[in-house]
Design a binder for this molecule. Sequence first.
Ligand code: NAD
Ligand code: LMR
Length: 342
Amino acid sequence: ALWRHLAPSAQRVNQNVYKNLQPQASYKVAVLGAAGGIGQPLSLLIKMSPLISTLNLYDIANVKGVAADISHCNTPSKVQAFTGPSELANALKDVDVVVIPAGVPRKPGMTRDDLFNINAGIVKTLVEAVADNCPDAFIHIISNPVNSTVPIAAEVLKQKGVFDPKKLFGVTTLDVVRANTFVAEKKNLKLIDVDVPVVGGHAGITILPLLSKTQPSVSFTDEEVQALTVRIQNAGTEVVEAKAGAGSATLSMAYAAARFVESSLRALDGDSDVYECTFVQSDLTELPFFASRVKLGRKGIEAFVTSDLQGLTEYEEKALEALKPELKASIEKGIAFTQKPS
Ligand code: NAD
Ligand code: LMR
């Protein structure tokens, strides 16, 4: 429902605002890192969802004001603020979906892996609390480097004996959002129609848009494939450089993360037609984690869309092989971090 607000017709917008005033379900969502650059607009966007009854906003600082502000929107969910580790358990009680954008962002010249030293520990601590307080929740990991933070989260959940691989998701929706935007621009297509699966991981060459699988079916020259692939892979860096030290993508990320939350809630609510690309534990390749399109249902991942990896072009096959060593190393780095005594 949220995305229909983008329709240009004022009448449709009014109908949907009205619709959002009517609760349609009663899921509880928590955002950990809610006062940050992503956390604030993400919390605002998901406050628009008629599927949410309670929105718990957690951060180590500044979250009270964010929650007070967002709580004045006349949409159904109740907004609550939680500050600091002593309030974390309460923020997570009975939650259905936990979204984690906590952690530091890149500055120009940095790779996502340069964030590992700070963000690995943040994700570990937060996921430990998730394991203790809402082990059945869908967990959405946004904090970078996603290629390592998702394996960290999986290990923490395993150590706590509550790992459900169907419910742990690395959020790669922004790669799909970017691919859709850039392909629609390049090929003069209606944005709403374009869907490009993006597989692999979420850093540099590990981000692999499968342009040959674009819906609707489009043909690209070799030069277009090369230029679009590189642009999609470097889109995060494009934003980091444009922000010139003030952080990385926050607004487009909030949009993408809100789409993934809305998809998760629709799946929980019984919608049988929910598909998203996401970085998850996977058997699709020899790597233990891999981003691909999955079908979401009430219990998390219901199926993997295996056909996306079949019949690839030579360019895509080569790119897939080329990304594996880097992705494997990032996954192993995450796992190794959780084996160290803390
Ligand atoms: P930010 O610095 O603006 O916000 C981060 C927030 O996390 C801050 O409010 C901070 O107080 C909070 N925080 C720090 N430690 C915490 C802890 N232990 N518990 C709870 N909250 C804590 O950063 P941002 O721009 O919002 O980016 C956040 C993360 O998201 C970064 O790691 C960034 O690289 C990543 N990111 C991922 C994607 C993606 O596609 N997955 C896209 C953009 C950014
Ligand atoms: C992105 O893709 O925008 C994020 O992963 C943030 C970054 O550091 O590029």
